[in-house]
Design a protein around this ligand. Structure first.
Ligand code: 3HC
Length: 281
């Protein structure tokens, strides 16, 4: 693989584009919103600067990486000549299905279609395409340039060749692939989100304040961030969406989002991105 496309220029999309460009891949970064593309390039520029300042890359590597990225507002043009498309759009299954249909109709027949979904069924997304054996989950973690894990999710129809190709590609990126089967929340969020939800329950019951809950998990469990700080960082709307998907998918109330989480999302307190969640930013 030499050339890839990323659909969606938000936090995850720009991080994925950053990592591929830094490893020498040509990247078409696609978003229907031109200002989102501009913002993404600025973010990648700043994050590459962090690496230059740390001495992990030099200034020339930064220039080369940025030159690898071309932006597009059209899916049709942006995916036409690439070997892999990674969809990193809004975490909504109807939006993702519609994007997958478009990508499928404009990408080369041999192109692999991956999604960075955090919990939506790969099998369902694959079913809207004419190439289900070439559809796979590639779940990166935030911040993408830093986190080593890529959770690789095989849908029901994903071929062994597709899965092996993506495992090899993940290694080439300097990341560590962990392969799992398709189920709501896969493994990462199936385990992470109930922990975050439980922390919100404990907070809403007044068992302790947010800082103390986070401190307990940081000091006691060696987590880099406590669960409430991490929820703010991920976005409370994203946490609620993932819990909803697991709640509906497993039909098990243990995944039901805590009423306080629902209220905070309704109030627009989504965490870092809106300036307030469990903490103020
Ligand atoms: N791009 C490039 N480098 C970055 C970066 C970015 N966006 N963000 C941080 N860094 C680098 C910093 O430059 C620094 O580099 P160094 O180790 O060489 O000094 C390093 O990462 C650590 O950053 P900071 O010093 O700024 O801050 P911290 O030490 O507090 O680390 C953190 C920040 C890496 C975010 C750390 O707190 C952490 O690991 N938090 C947990 C993150 C996590 O759990 N992510 C998974 C979320 S779940 C998910 O994504 C799945 C989804 O489906 C919900």
């Amino acid at each position: 693989m030499k050339k890839i496309a990323v659909v969606g220029a938000g936090t995850m999309g720009n991080g994925i584009a950053h990592v591929f460009a830094q490893k020498g891949f040509a990247v078409n970064l696609i978003d229907s919103n031109a200002s989102a593309l501009e913002k993404a390039i600025n973010t990648i520029d700043k994050n590459l600067d962090r690496q230059v300042n740390k001495g992990t890359i030099n200034a020339e590597d930064k220039v080369i990486a940025l030159q690898q990225i071309t932006t597009f507002t059209s899916i049709e043009i942006g995916v036409s000549d690439v070997d892999l498309v990674i969809e990193a759009a809004t975490e909504n299954s109807e939006i993702k299905k519609s994007i997958f249909k478009q990508i499928d109709s404009f990408a080369k027949p041999e192109c692999i279609l991956a999604t960075n979904t955090s919990s939506i069924s790969i099998t369902q997304l694959a079913a809207v395409t004419a190439r289900p054996s070439k559809v796979i989950g590639m779940h990166f973690m935030n911040p993408v340039p830093v986190m080593k894990l890529v959770e690789i999710i095989n849908g029901k129809e994903t071929s062994e060749t597709t899965s092996n190709t993506i495992v090899e590609l993940t290694n080439q990126l300097g990341k560590i692939p962990c392969v799992v089967q398709d189920a709501p929340g896969f493994i990462a969020n199936r385990i992470l989100m109930p922990m975050i939800n439980e922390a919100i329950h404990a907070f809403s019951e007044g068992i302790s304040d947010a800082a103390t809950i986070d401190q307990i998990m940081k000091l006691g469990m060696a987590h880099p961030m406590g669960p409430l700080q991490l929820a703010d960082y991920i976005g409370l709307d994203v946490c609620k969406n993932i819990l909803d998907i697991m709640h509906n998918g497993f039909k098990n109330d243990k995944y039901a989002p805590c009423p306080l989480l629902i209220k905070m999302v309704e109030a627009g307190k989504l965490g870092v991105k809106t300036g307030e969640g469990f903490y103020k930013y």
